[in-house]
Ligand binder design. Structure first.
Ligand code: PGA
Length: 253
């Protein structure tokens, strides 16, 4: 379970990938000292990944899990199933799940609980829209998301999660938050965590949104940033590795 503040790069393949890509990653990824690497393919490839990464220190996980352990939920996957395959992680509350599957903070909170119950490490995504940022509501939005989740799961459970700050306007757009914007928001998240009784000094907080091999070093310079949740640039093992190396270099891991 949660081991305190860690350096982490997670690659969210979203609805991309093939079995051949799993094999390519198994051959192309190598451990980076001091940095945890996690690959998050579509769930249908988790079994392939379990075989491909059997003797590896590289973790893998699901992009989503259901709130319930089993039952009549056609098309859904339970956290226990993800754990049963041998995965260690799951994302919960990605903005694309919130937008296209109407996930509320309450649903996200219940998914976080389901993940922990199954022994998975959840990465919980937070982030404001462009409209909210332009209205000066970025901090309030992310604070509200965190408080609503905390209200439902409690501080002890929330402290076992990794937090990913992903401004919606920066996801898949090629526009990243500036390093200052990203670090400021991570500071805000850490302040809210402390206020909620979740020790921010032992919570891993990632940035996500158009991170790539070229901008990673600048983003990782932020002292409040422990790594990245990467989408597009995680689809090639070489750019994923370059981001991981940039993290190690930035933090002198
Ligand atoms: P992106 O996606 O890196 O393609 O912007 C990040 C994410 O959605 O996790």
């Amino acid at each position: 379970m949660a081991e305190g503040r860690r350096l982490l790069v997670a690659g969210n393949w979203k609805m991309n990938g093939t079995r051949a890509m799993v094999a390519e990653f198994a051959a192309g990824l190598e451990a980076v000292s001091g940095v945890h690497l996690v690959v998050v393919p579509p769930s249908i490839y988790l079994a392939d990944m379990a075989l491909a990464f059997e003797d590896s220190s590289i973790g893998f996980g699901a992009q989503d899990v259901h709130t319930q352990t089993s039952g009549a939920f056609t098309g859904d996957i339970a956290a226990q199933m993800v754990a049963d395959i041998g995965a260690q992680w799951t994302i919960v509350g990605h903005s694309e799940r919130r937008a296209y599957h109407s996930e509320t903070d309450e649903v996200v909170a219940d998914k976080l609980l389901a993940a922990l119950e199954a022994g998975l490490e959840p990465m919980v995504c937070l982030g404001e829209s462009l409209v909210q940022r332009e209205a000066g509501e970025a901090e309030a939005t992310v604070g509200r998301q965190l408080r609503r989740i905390a209200e439902r799961v409690g501080a002890a459970k929330l402290s076992q999660a990794v937090i990913a700050y992903e401004p919606i306007w920066a996801i898949g757009t090629g526009v990243t938050a500036t390093p200052e914007q990203a670090d400021d928001m991570h500071r805000v998240i850490r302040d809210v965590l402390d206020e909620l009784g979740v020790p921010s000094g032992s919570t891993t907080v990632l940035y996500g949104g158009s991170v790539n091999a070229d901008n990673a070093a600048d983003i990782f310079a932020g002292e409040n940033i422990d790594g990245a949740l990467v989408g597009g640039a995680s689809l090639k093992s070489d750019s994923f590795m370059a981001i991981a190396r940039a993290l190690a270099a930035a933090k002198h891991a």
